[in-house]
Design a protein around this ligand. Structure first.
Ligand SMILES: Nc1ncnc2c1ncn2[C@@H]1O[C@H](COP(=O)(O)OP(=O)(O)OP(=O)(O)O)[C@@H](O)[C@H]1O
Ligand SMILES: [Mg+2]
Length: 218
């Protein structure tokens, strides 16, 4: 599903990722962890195709991101959900519109867009806030809108960057249950997190990054 061959990423002289070799299979549930600045966000952004690697190759479903055309990359990305560390909500659109947009760009029928958007917002506990704007929400609520937007179109790959960083333990548990159920439906899930709490009691694979290198896996 996802393959990285000798991938490195530099910003000027600073090396955010160095010589990463990684294979994530379809339907896997993987955590990426490591200290602040270790390269977690950079790794997720490379997989999402937001930025090219400085060296190495990245294949998603057998497609080499270095060789793919812009339009094909956009199509591929529509099959992927990304929960950004800073949410990236549209401030002039309502909660409902922020989530619905992920379906609208795929050309989904309006009735289906409405149904799936309501469902996704219900799953993250925001049914009552659909008509509010992002700035009228708490940080944790904004985070949940970002999660609803990422999962609403049943992505092939769900990538989440610190998805529960601002959430209380009860909601964190609900969000993890949501991610698991999405994973059980076949979606490959990759979550970057500092949280030991999130990873405890899991059998999931854990990829540990430090100073841009992959230290070990469990
Ligand atoms: N656009 C950029 N320009 C310059 N340097 C960058 C850029 N993005 C990341 N870096 C550098 O790459 C390194 C890894 O950053 P990254 O954001 O991937 O870390 P992280 O593991 O996600 O950290 P955190 O846990 O704080 O989110 C850092 O040293 C950072 O300064
Ligand atoms: Mg980060």
């Amino acid at each position: 599903m996802i393959q990285l061959f000798r991938v490195s990423k530099s910003f000027g002289t600073s090396k955010a990722l160095q010589d990463i070799n990684l294979r994530i299979r379809k339907g896997e549930f993987v955590f990426v962890t490591g200290p602040s600045g270790a390269g977690k966000t950079t790794l997720l952004r490379l997989i999402f195709g937001t930025e090219p690697p400085t060296e190495g190759q990245i294949l998603i479903r057998g497609i080499n991101l270095n060789r793919i055309r812009r339009t094909s990359l956009d199509l591929l990305r529509r099959r992927m959900g990304f929960v950004f560390q800073d949410f990236k909500l549209l401030s002039r659109k309502t909660v409902f519109q922020n989530v619905a947009i992920a379906l609208e760009v795929t050309g989904e029928r309006p009735a289906i867009v409405r149904k799936k958007t309501h469902q996704a917002l219900k799953a993250v506990g925001l049914s009552k806030k659909e008509e509010l704007f992002p700035l009228q929400l708490s940080g944790g609520e904004q985070q949940r809108v970002a999660i609803a937007r990422a999962v609403v179109n049943d992505p092939l790959i769900l990538i989440a960057d610190e998805p529960t960083g601002n959430l209380d333990p009860d909601i964190t548990r609900d969000i993890m249950i949501l991610f698991r159920s999405i994973n059980l439906r076949g979606t490959t899930v990759i979550i970057a997190t500092h949280s030991q709490e999130l990873m405890k009691d899991t059998e999931q694979r854990i990829i540990l990054l430090k100073e841009g290198r992959m230290l070990r896996e469990r």
